[in-house]
Design a protein around this ligand. Structure first.
Ligand SMILES: *Cc1c(COP(=O)(O)O)cnc(C)c1O
Length: 207
């Protein structure tokens, strides 16, 4: 069980404190925001990209990150593959799966997972290492059954592709990690549980 400290909006000082407390992986949602932190703290942690990756940010993401958790299309995987080839590296990735089946969520639908994985496994400069999923919106789905379904897909992926190096199941956040771990997560992405509540924006910033 490994914690990814989700560091969006956190300062380099807060990230440094988390690393001093034993955190080994930092998750970042935005390439731009991560660049400063990675340039100053880079070798003190491993860096996972956990946001939605736009095609025009792939080159920078490949240069900065150790693993990209949110690959959900062949187009994106191919772009990562191209830039990794240019950089002379093999980029570890996870496929984001939309087990919650919410149209507002990113991620490949479960019925398209096997095809996407099969295509990605043919790429020379990416290495598929597992799955990532977001929990459902509380009103629209059951957390536990969503995580259980993702675990089932993860096991199926290992069975379908026994030679691939599938070993990460990334699911669960601060309010859901207990359930996620019970349902098989081995990477949990914690923001507030590690860093505390994000400060609320002042209602009247000009005052
Ligand atoms: C912010 C974020 C998290 C952590 O959320 P918390 O509720 O603060 O624990 C996890 N995963 C992703 C993709 C995030 O954007």
């Amino acid at each position: 069980m490994t914690i990814v400290a989700a560091a969006k909006t956190r300062t380099a000082e807060e990230i440094t404190a988390a690393i001093s407390a034993g955190i080994q992986i930092i998750g970042e949602n935005y390439v731009q925001e991560a660049e400063g932190a990675i340039n100053s703290l880079g070798d003190k942690a491993r860096w996972h990209f956990i946001g939605h990756l736009q095609l025009n940010k792939v080159k920078k993401a490949v240069e900065l990150f150790d693993l990209i958790e949110t690959v959900d299309s062949l187009e994106l995987a191919e772009a990562i593959n191209r830039h990794a080839m240019t950089a002379g590296i093999i980029m570890p990735i996870l496929i984001e799966v939309n087990t919650a089946r919410e149209t507002t969520k990113h991620g490949v639908l479960p019925e398209h997972l096997k095809n996407l994985a099969e295509s990605i496994l043919k790429l020379q400069n990416v290495r598929l290492e597992g799955l990532m999923a977001m929990g459902p919106h509380p009103e629209s789905g059951d957390l536990r059954s969503c995580f259980a379904e993702t675990h089932r897909l993860y096991n199926q992926l290992k069975t379908d592709f026994p030679d691939a190096n599938i070993h990460y199941l990334s699911m669960g956040m601060s309010d859901s990690y207990q359930t996620a771990i019970e349902e098989g997560a081995n990477l949990v992405r914690l923001g507030t549980a590690v860093f505390g509540l994000r400060p609320a924006k002042p209602a009247f910033p000009s005052l």
